[in-house]
Design a protein around this ligand. Structure first.
Ligand code: GAL
Length: 768
């Protein structure tokens, strides 16, 4: 039996002795997952959590099964644990679970659990010892559970399941006992027995498109363990990554686990949502940089078919102390045991990100992998081209992409990985930090750099694929980021709202999609120009209409991005079919249109000699002076006054319209408040939903320079997590709503109000 111990903890700063007493009677009452502060999204100091904290919980134990274990799924960083005054020991968690045997100390009623948490960076524990480019907020930030089991119980079950239905199970039991195994496909039992090796005929395999899972139920006396298992074959070869025999070019993003306000202490629903956002963003793999992440996140990746590469805790630095190295080995062991049943997990990250060669350490990690899961490959990530590679996959962080002309270096330059599968594990990131409120041209270039890098990677069959830096903006140390303690490296901002780069990735998927990466406002660009307009889409072509006029059809830019599944569509002619001047021949008209478009994109001062010669020749031919030419230019290009028109971009696939985006002068404004969910379930932990709040104009364009103050109020058993007065951030933000205890289902309302309107969002809160 598993009991959750997440509600109603007392919490105080400092180490408050004495663990035998309710020393925190009047302290703050908190819920787990918990971080030691409700952090502002920006300008956070890493000093703020370098300290001691005391947590206490009173609880009853309903079970009379003899073996009791307390499980801390994640507490940053280390703690002393006392139960009823008995010192149970000192434990290091960080990013990994800790199990504590409390069989002797526990009693049926009124137990007092005291945790003295030390959140300081400790140079003997990875990732610490030097600098780290991410924040490691302190707190008991993942769930706490009490496991009650009979003497003979299942300590662990490791299932390997192949695409041909072959199953092989390794059981770890507390003592010799019989284990009954049942395999369920939905409600249907497809295997029942005691064998640990068997075959399920005609098995429904697990894949990215169809992530089918079976439920394995292990029973030993009154102990029951359940695992969701996918049947699939994974192969990493020099020629690429293969899932069930099919080569899949990997397209991915790196993910840090922190959120605004919550730090890392986000409950299951938000962990699920992150996986859902990434899956919907068109990628097929995520790297849990640079540490093991929540089981909820991995569970969701299993369920939705998102591949995962995990990683041991670390960042560039390898400690020389015995303790540091021992902790690194210990974390490796604990990560593999925690994660080895996940179908989504395609390789272990068994090298500290971007660290130097260290054959002694890394060969010892290989031994641990061979002992615990020899069938799964491991990946080593470095940022240099020549290196020892004790892992099966050579990961390389390629930050050579410094412009739109160069995205990634060719795979043949990677000397250390010769004969091994090669994977680009990071790119972009700090090379072009981009905020969601940056000017359009920067946000566009950010997206195009990702497009260029991915195209370069996919065109090189020596690579298995590329994983860009990174999914979401994340909080970081003073030494990194924009001075605001944020690395604005995400394709989504810290609130999970998409930048243009996220639209680029989404356009690489197959769900019909169109985003126009421009506000189509000359004043938004230098010199009031109108640069080429990029459409991120997976359609066959995009039509542009201005007002009532049809301008033209535009196709994916295969020449510029030859290897992308769906190159962007570039609208480089905003006059097109509308050019109609009496007396000018069609052939001359085309030349004028070309010169005018060039002018619109680059300015009159930068006209090429060829354009100038053409214009002068045509001026002579048609007896026009420069003011006439300029007036004609203004008629077709300028969009002031009468000229300000509605621009309609319409995407077509297989002859059918699959998307339409409008741009025009923004004169009417409104807010949108959206979530994928409308029910909160207050159960093992509080539940949480993210409401995405966006300001748009009458055409549905997100207004990236809006920073309106927004007041938030709630009614019913919910609360806003974070402040009740927020500012939009790049035209958008997210409002996080937490459930409170309720005995029966109750309606709740979130109300937001800003200058351009008021909205409400209704939801239901119910007990589990
Ligand atoms: C890499 C590092 C990442 C992150 C990134 C920023 O070198 O591995 O953790 O710091 O740079 O672009």
């Amino acid at each position: 039996m598993k009991y959750s111990l997440n509600h109603g903890w007392s919490f105080a700063r400092g180490r408050i002795e004495d663990a035998k007493e309710d020393v925190l009677k009047r302290a703050e009452i908190v819920e787990i997952p918990h971080c030691v502060d409700i952090y502002s999204p920006q300008y956070i100091s890493e000093k703020s959590y370098q300290g001691d904290y005391t947590y206490q919980l009173r609880f009853d134990c309903k079970s009379d099964l003899p073996v009791k274990t307390l499980r801390f799924n994640g507490a940053m960083l280390q703690f002393d644990c006392f139960l009823n005054g008995v010192n149970l020991g000192h434990f290091i968690s960080g990013y990994l679970p800790v199990d504590i045997d409390v069989s002797k100390a526990i009693r049926p009623k009124n137990n007092l659990l005291t945790v003295y948490l030390d959140g300081r960076e400790d140079p003997d524990i990875p990732p610490f010892g030097k600098v780290v480019d991410y924040l490691t907020f302190a707190g008991i930030y993942r769930e706490v559970e009490l496991l009650c089991r009979p003497k003979a119980h299942i300590k662990d079950a490791f299932v390997e399941a192949k695409a041909n239905g072959q199953v092989s199970i390794k059981l770890a039991l507390s003592e010799e006992a019989e284990v009954h195994i049942k395999v369920l496909d939905g409600d249907q039992i497809v295997y029942e027995g005691k064998e640990t090796s068997f075959c399920i005929p005609k098995v429904h395999s697990w894949s990215i498109e169809d992530p089918h899972l079976y439920e394995f139920v292990f029973t030993c006396e009154e102990d029951e363990v359940r695992k969701s298992i996918g049947f699939r074959d994974i192969a990493w070869r020099k020629e690429g990554f293969f899932l069930n025999g099919k080569r899949i070019p990997l397209i991915g993003l790196n993910r840090h686990q922190t959120y605004p306000y919550f730090g890392p202490a986000a409950p299951k629903s938000l962990q699920y949502e992150d996986a859902d956002i990434l899956k919907a963003s068109g990628i097929n793999v995520v790297r849990t940089s640079h540490y093991p992440q929540s089981e909820h996140f991995l569970d969701r990746c299993d369920q939705i078919g998102l591949l995962v590469l995990d990683e041991i805790p670390g960042w560039q630095f390898i400690g020389t102390s015995k303790k540091w190295r021992q902790n690194c080995r210990d974390f490796t062991r604990r990560m593999i045991v925690k994660e080895r049943n996940h179908a989504c997990l395609v390789a272990y990250g068994l090298r500290i990100d971007e660290s130097a060669d260290d054959d002694e350490l890394y060969s010892s990690l290989q031994k641990i992998r061979e002992e615990l899961d020899p069938g799964r490959a491991s990946l080593g990530v470095r940022n240099f081209k020549d290196s020892h590679c004790l892992e099966q996959i050579y990961g390389y962080n390629d930050f050579s992409g410094d412009s739109l002309a160069h995205g990634a270096d060719p795979s043949k330059q990677l000397k250390g990985g010769e004969g091994k599968p090669l994977l680009i594990t990071e790119n972009n990131g700090h090379m072009f930090p981009t905020k969601s409120f940056d000017a359009t041209d920067r946000r566009l270039e950010h997206a195009l750099r990702h497009a260029k890098t991915l195209s370069d990677i996919l065109s090189d069959t020596g690579y298995c694929g590329g994983i860009a830096w990174c999914a979401f903006d994340y909080n970081t140390h003073k030494d990194f980021g924009s001075g605001d303690h944020i690395c604005h490296h995400g394709v989504f901002d810290i609130f999970r709202n998409p930048k243009y780069a996220a639209a680029f990735y989404k356009s690489q998927g197959e769900e019909p999609f169109l985003e126009v990466a421009s506000l189509v406002q000359p004043g938004d660009f230098n010199e009031a120009l109108m640069p080429k307009i990029y459409c991120f889409t997976n359609a066959d072509y995009v039509e542009l209409h201005k007002g009532e006029d049809y301008i033209g059809k535009f196709y994916p830019a295969k020449d510029e991005f030859p290897s992308l599944p769906h190159p962007p569509v570039i609208v480089d002619d905003i006059i097109g079919a509308t050019f109609n001047e009496k007396g000018i021949t069609e052939k001359d008209g085309k030349k004028i249109v070309e010169a005018f478009n060039y002018c619109a994109q680059n300015g009159f001062n930068r006209l090429k000699l060829g354009h100038k010669v053409t214009l002068v020749r045509l001026m002579a031919k048609y007896k026009m002076d420069f003011s006439h030419v300029y007036a004609t230019y203004a008629k077709y290009i300028q969009s002031w006054g009468e000229g300000s028109l509605l621009w309609r971009f319409i995407a077509y696939k297989d002859g059918k319209k699959v998307g339409e985006v409008h741009r025009g002068p923004s004169t009417e404004f409104h807010y949108e408040l959206k979530s994928e969910r409308d029910t909160l379930i207050h159960g093992d932990t509080y539940d949480c939903l993210r409401l995405s709040l966006v300001k748009k104009d009458q055409y549905g364009t997100i207004l990236p320079y809006a920073s309106d103050p927004i007041r938030i109020e709630t009614e019913g058993p919910i609360e806003v997590y974070g402040p009740n007065l927020v500012s939009l951030y790049g035209g958008a933000t997210s409002v996080y709503i937490r459930s409170k205890e309720t005995k029966a289902p109750k309606e709740a309302i979130v109300r937001i109000e800003g200058h351009d309107g008021a909205l409400e969002y209704r939801l239901l809160v119910r007990p589990q």
